[in-house]
Design a protein around this ligand. Sequence first.
Ligand code: GLN
Length: 483
Amino acid sequence: MGATDMTLREAAARMAAGERSSEELVRTSLGRIAAVNEKVNAVLEVDSHAIDAARDIDRRRKEGEELGPLAGIPVAVKDNILVRGWRASAGSRILETHTAAYDATVIARLREAGAIPVARTNMDEFAMGSSTESSHFGPTRNPWDLDRVPGGSSGGSAAAVASGMVSVALGSDTGGSVRQPASLCGVVGLKPTYGRVSRYGLIALASSLDQVGPFARTVEDAAILMRAIEGEDPRDATTVGPLETYVPELDQPSVKGLRIGLPKEYFVEGMDPRVKAGVMDAVRAMEAAGATAEEVSLPHARYALATYYLVMPAEASSNLARFDGIRYGYSAGTPSLRETYEMSRGEGFGEEAKRRIMLGAHVLSKGYAEAYYRQALKARTLIRRDFDEAFKTVDVIATPTSPCAAWRMGEKSADPLTMYLADIYTISANLAGIPALSLPCGFSDGLPIGLQLMGRPFSEATLFRAGMTYQSLTTWHTLTPTL
Ligand code: GLN
């Protein structure tokens, strides 16, 4: 049994019993990365100090010290989350040589829980994208079919979990970047409620939408990782607490009485029929276990994509203004300040980053802000109200995570609009600030399909309970690709 084949609960039990050491877990993880990363390109860098950290945990365990809930567990971390002393390049040339000066709050909390960051994972440049093809460090490949994309932008973290490099990883989700790659790689991913997880030390894309979220094979492991990273943080004023934390060890998950809503606006043309069938089978399985399903309406859903692609570039253009060739990272270093700005940004940013910076600057500019940006904020409110309304009659909303399974590399990268359409089911949760879980629910021609469950703000416990129940009834999450 490989170290990454165990659930967190199994790994903890084996380490407590002295049958496994953290050093073995970390070595297995690094060994797997060495064996398959050349094919997958999920990992940009590994931390050789991880073995020392593991030995330290093993020693402290032997000495009888009380250790945290993730003691000795290797974790992979997306390249836009700061880990002190590691490079943090956000997949971009402009930050290629940037080293993080401090730990993000999520990393500090993982360390407190005893986890060991082992690897930095690939991503679309500045988390803009749905395929991990826009990384300056080359694309990540889908472990289920190396000619296909892993989804994005956290494609590296998703592929690392799917290919058994680690059992858990962190990503970030602004419009689907945890859930969509989780879906395309056949693993679990959660976008937490906005404000549940600190963004301190996350390289900002769109600050009103960004959340850090966990990847895992099982819903239980995702819940355990969440418990470690969530909660109020004085360094991020949008975080809230105290929270009702989900403790899987104490819960008997059930979907008895759970009311599932199926938005009629989502199940329309454009959806791969096999994706639809997979999602409907999952809903039926939960109905058989005591849930009920009914149609709900999200009348403003059709504005979500347009709204997102106004709000997100607007915020991105302002967040990315700090990368100017003076303060961080790549600098063209010309004698003129103005030329340094222009050339550093011109040479440092890739196509998609430039496209969004220009879009964002345009929709915020005098004369256009009223027509575009402010209009988008109004639409965003209407989208959130749709969810408030729907959650009066149902507890969760079930949809596909992605309208299709993993596509071939290069298939959508030439046409930004078709790429943006891949986000159609995920972006609403970010606009509304609500939590959303993606979990494997079947296959289409050998490629994984994901079920998305959205809930009321701060109802992660309900999503975890539903997801754990579903995984106790099915075996999709136990299947792994052969590499
Ligand atoms: N694919 C979406 C985009 O390109 C989502 C990105 C994200 O969640 N970071 O913006």
